[in-house]
Write a protein that binds this ligand. Sequence first.
Ligand code: NAD
Length: 480
Amino acid sequence: MTVNRSALFINGDWVAPNTSSRVTVLNAATEEILGTAPEADVADVDRAVAAARNAVDHSEWSAASPADRAAAMNRFADELEKRSGELTRTVSQENGMPIGLSQAFEGDFAIGLLRYYADLAANMAVEDVRPSQSGLETVVRRSPVGVVAAIVPWNYPVVLAMSKIAPALAAGCAVVVKPSPPATVLDCYIVAEAAEAAALPAGVVNWVPGGPDVGAYLVSHPYVDKVAFTGSTAAGRSIATACAELLRPVTLELGGKSAAILLDDVDLDAIMPNLQFITFMNNGQTCVTCGRILAPAARYDEVVEALATRVSSLRVGDPLDPSTDIGPMATAAHRERVEGYIEKGRGEARLVAGGGRPRGIDKGWFVEPTVFACMSNDATIAQEEIFGPVLAVIPYDDEAHAVRIANDTAYGLGGTVFSADTERAKDVARKVHTGTIGINGYPLAIGSPFGGVKDSGLGREFGPEALNSYQDLKSMYIAG
Ligand code: NAD
């Protein structure tokens, strides 16, 4: 059954789009039509931003008590929970995400973000009083930064939107979300329905599903006060340039080329489930994927063989089947890109598993999970973000060498260190120059800051740090 949407959710209402232009969403596993939806244009952005501006400047929302905002956010979370089955199935069909991961991230984690920030909002002091060196007092006041433009990619469309919406709402901001059609647009309708059912005030959250041009227009819109972006480093640079000219605050969550460092004491059987998760999570279509496995030279052959065996046993297929390990790539164009890297890899490394399309599947944008024994970190497959199920296993001589290789990339987003000795792994992790790193796994935590250094971005999401980034601070010096 296809889903055909006809309206846009702007100013708390379902409104006719400005043009008749539509996008068709295809099921990544079957190539069949999943649904269609209107494509927003710049006039729709004008309406959405005006609605958000009005919600910030003239509605009760920004001035509401944090407790009232928290209650509205918890209602939103309740309504999302009711729809989480439909929501997570939709995402899995849109972008190929295995359903278990979709339930954990696009469902539970996204809802958890709303509840976490509702709780922070409920307990937030809008003003605090600080002593000054003159013996007088200063009142430090937090106010919402205003209208937020939230631009997200297709790989985790719900959770990446919610990582902006939730702290923004907690702060009292209003948000205009630009999803990433054509791959992921149907999911945002389900989130919008939840917002409507939760009776969020008009204009507090709006969706404008358009292309990069619509995103660029939104970024530079005169009524926008802050931009929160997740996507590629190239687009992030262009957005940062626009924001620099406007002196507009911006948070950038960009690409990565993370490394999993296997220390020489690892028990390969014991670490394999967590290593598989962080290398193939969402079919490799994850910003923090560890596409590089750094193996001690003395155990290199053993690691390559263990990975090749594991990867060859992974179940590739229907993302809605809970037993599937690897679903399809999100789009035909993205599969072509991933296959281009596999071709490049054949010329610069030794293919030890995968490398083609899975046999027996003739529909859907599948690629086999692939492992290369790669002797140099300078190889293209070791340096560039592939965003698919492709691993480069690279040897290192000692721990210092492993850290040098891990850091020898333009990016600095994630990583993992695996060791039988947690303290030893933590010591190595401290030396890796990234915004996040996991020890013997990567259990992402809502309450801790997430983001990147170097070409992986600016600013942080999650934790109280994200709430701060949606607030302006004003110091009121009291002289009498
Ligand atoms: P993309 O940069 O092409 O697009 C992301 C979004 O930005 C889309 O909605 C797109 O329409 C919009 N966009 C593109 N150019 C724009 C511009 N100049 N101005 C405004 N909007 C613009 O990225 P993608 O291919 O959709 O997503 C994959 C990338 O996202 C990967 O590089 C991945 O690492 C990154 N990512 C990062 C994180 C993180 O938290 N660091 C999380 C997920 C994905």
